[in-house]
Design a protein around this ligand. Structure first.
Ligand code: ZN
Ligand code: ZN
Length: 347
């Protein structure tokens, strides 16, 4: 089979390679990959900003069909369509793993970082951390959208598990990328009033957010401030930074109310110059939300089954696996919400 392998430092250390097909061990599923999303963390791995065990097949956001099982696999069968929680090879024994917080395990092991990932014809995952996609996805195109489940589960952790949202709360979502668009839908599903903040260049994305349920948007700080305080004179109850750049966090700290809750989803990726007292001044609850837990996935699959959230608009680009470098460039240029690599044309 073919797989996109990171095997050495530098851009030259990434290539499509001919590999042995993985063999499932006890409790594992062998999955034929239909689509694998390119995540920023794959980009960081390629550029050595994040260390991975080399050599390794990249990719942790995927959907595919079970072609082989081994041992007890919780009722999964050949032919099932599945996606999976990436940190599925964490220790499983510690106090965090026992609560499903596998991402926080000291021995965290994820596909695409420590074990071979999904940018290949086949990937192997433990059945314990696999999830069937809803039967309502019939065509291959509909099924491929489920490669976007993992980022949604991360946003579900933020919006459903890390913050308490009261109906009618005013929520500011900063950044209308895929995570922001998910945030809009999730906070709306919890009954909040949602204002999305972006740049003038984000107009199309902000319009999309409106069509997905956002109540309002702003393309400048003044406009945001005016809209937040008109709606909620105390300031925003919740702010959610989906970007991970200082101006975005600063904006959030200027429109949040005293004792409000800020949830940080965007990763800053290094040291940042930020006046921490901005958090202190208003006694803001600063809550980081890192990846997803096992329980986030249950909520995510329920929301998808109930069609309370859509992922379809963000599966905008599909490329054959061979064109991974083109996909990478599109991700770097933010030219798509999500690029899906399609390893196999034999489905
Ligand atoms: Zn990801
Ligand atoms: Zn553990």
């Amino acid at each position: 089979m073919k797989g996109l392998v990171k095997y050495a430092l530098g851009m030259e250390g990434v290539a499509l390679r001919e590999l042995q097909e993985p063999v499932p061990q006890d409790g594992e599923l062998k999955v034929k990959v239909l689509a694998a999303g390119i995540c920023n963390s794959d980009v960081h791995a390629i550029h050595d900003q994040r260390s991975v065990t080399m050599p390794i097949v990249l990719g942790h956001e995927f959907v595919g069909q079970v072609v082989e099982t081994c041992g007890d696999v919780n009722g999964f069968q050949v032919g099932d369509w599945v996606t999976a929680l990436p940190a599925c090879y964490s220790c499983g024994e510690c106090w965090l793993c026992k609560q499903g917080l596998v991402t926080l395990c000291n021995e965290r092991k994820s596909i695409g970082s420590h074990r071979d990932g999904a940018m290949a014809n086949y990937v192997v995952v433990p059945a314990k951390y696999a999830f069937k996609i809803p039967d309502s996805a019939v065509t291959l195109e509909e099924k491929s959208v489920y490669a976007l489940t993992e980022p949604l589960a991360c946003m579900v952790r933020a919006a459903y598990e890390k913050v308490d949202v009261k109906p009618d709360d005013t929520v500011v979502v900063s950044g209308p990328g895929i995570m922001g668009q998910y945030a809009v839908q999730l906070f709306k599903s919890r009954g909040a009033y949602v204002i999305v903040s972006g740049l003038p260049a984000d107009k199309d994305k902000l319009e999309l957010a409106l069509s997905l349920g956002a109540d309002d948007y702003a393309t400048s700080f003044d406009e945001l401030q005016q809209k937040v305080y008109t709606r909620s004179p105390k300031g925003a109850d919740i702010t959610c930074d989906c970007v991970g750049v200082i101006p975005s966090l600063e904006t959030c700290m200027k429109v949040i109310r005293q004792l409000g809750t800020h949830v940080q989803v965007g990763l800053f990726g290094g040291k940042v110059p930020f006046r921490l007292d901005a958090i202190f001044d208003r006694e803001v609850n600063y809550i980081p939300s890192n990846s997803s837990s096992y329980t986030s996935w249950g909520i995510t699959m329920d929301l998808l089954r109930e069609k309370k959230v859509t992922m379809t608009p963000f599966a905008s680009v599909r490329l054959p696996l061979d064109e991974w470098d083109k996909g990478l460039e599109m991700v770097l240029n933010k030219a798509a919400y999500k690029v899906l690599l399609m390893p196999d044309n034999t489905f």
